[in-house]
Write a protein that binds this ligand. Structure first.
Ligand code: GZL
Length: 306
């Protein structure tokens, strides 16, 4: 029953929770895994989840949040496509007494009363992990081309920050070309093709891609150019989607940093605690490890077994 946020524990426990989930889109394998994990978690908990896919457009997310408010949902979960432009609609949710949980990317908000909590990975640390692996692998002597994620997205901003922080300690490591490929495989291929036309491929030591999709696109471009990806040019990325484990097992990429898709559980826990009148931390962190070719085949089996 919508609007059952009466704050009393038996109220929250007995009535079904209705939660609106505004998702960025389905631009990557990781994003669809994330959506499926949240939907499965809601099903397991008997939560009525209203789902909206914004096709990576902020105006669609804002429209979805307004619709959830009009429906009188008990809580809203939002994975913001970019960091800015959220204050008005979050203010409307606050006035309606509907708690908002931010998941994954962040919002640039001065007033943290506009959201209940954020559940997310530490993207800066993800960038550091990728940078550290590449510096160890190359002894710190590496000219790198970078495929950036969506401009203005926390994942892109922070992964870049973490990676650059690490390579700054290595005078012979440098990002020689960088451009956004919007977290998609198709754009990753296109931008890598421009990199390969702009400079001698023999001068490129590694591709650093802010997500696996763009890395997999770059692999296609390298193969079409007669380059052996993972050998002639190293490839490191983030997300740890099943396809990247297949690519590593085939020797086409070298390392990925896992981004957990399991953020629905912590988000729903925070909502239920809040509706019981309990206080909730402003940040709930989920983090992942770096995986390499050594364990890729078994990880691929584990992640694709039925
Ligand atoms: C990061 C997330 C990114 C993924 C990409 O948490 O926002 O968005 O790394 C996805 O695959 O497009």
């Amino acid at each position: 029953i919508a609007g059952c946020g009466s704050g009393s524990s038996e109220g929250a426990a007995n009535d079904q929770l209705t939660v609106g989930f505004s998702q960025v889109g389905s631009e990557s394998g990781w994003r669809t895994s994330f959506t499926q994990a949240v939907q499965a978690e809601a099903r397991d908990r008997g939560i009525d989840l209203k789902f909206s896919d914004a096709q990576q457009k902020q105006e669609n997310q804002i429209r979805a949040v307004r619709s959830f408010i009009a429906q009188g949902v008990d809580a809203i979960v939002i994975a913001p496509v970019v960091e800015t432009g959220w204050k008005p609609v979050l203010t409307e949710a606050k006035r309606a007494g509907i708690p908002v949980v931010i998941v994954d990317r962040n919002m640039a908000l001065k007033d943290d009363s506009l959201y209940l909590t954020r559940v997310a990975s530490d993207f800066v640390e993800e960038g550091r992990k990728a940078g550290r692996w590449l510096m160890e692998e190359t002894g710190g002597d590496c000219d790198i081309v970078e495929l950036q994620g969506t401009v203005g997205a926390t994942a892109a901003i922070d992964r870049m920050t973490g990676f650059n922080e690490v390579i700054a300690n290595y005078p012979d490591a440098e990002i020689v070309m960088t451009q956004t490929a919007d977290f998609t495989r198709a754009r990753g291929k296109e931008i890598m093709e421009t990199f390969l036309r702009a400079m001698d491929p023999a001068d490129i030591c590694a591709v650093w891609a802010h997500n696996d999709e763009m890395a997999l696109g770059a692999v296609i471009a390298m193969k079409e150019a007669g380059i052996d990806p993972g050998d002639d040019i190293l490839v490191v990325s983030v997300d740890a989607v099943p396809d990247i484990f297949k690519a590593m097992a085939d020797g086409d990429t070298n390392a990925t940093v896992e981004l957990s898709p399991h953020m629905g559980g912590p988000a729903f826990d925070a909502i239920e605690a809040h509706l019981r009148g309990e206080s909730v931390d402003k940040l709930i962190s989920v983090n992942g490890d770096l995986f390499t070719q050594e364990t890729a085949a078994e990880e691929y089996q584990k992640r694709t077994a039925g």
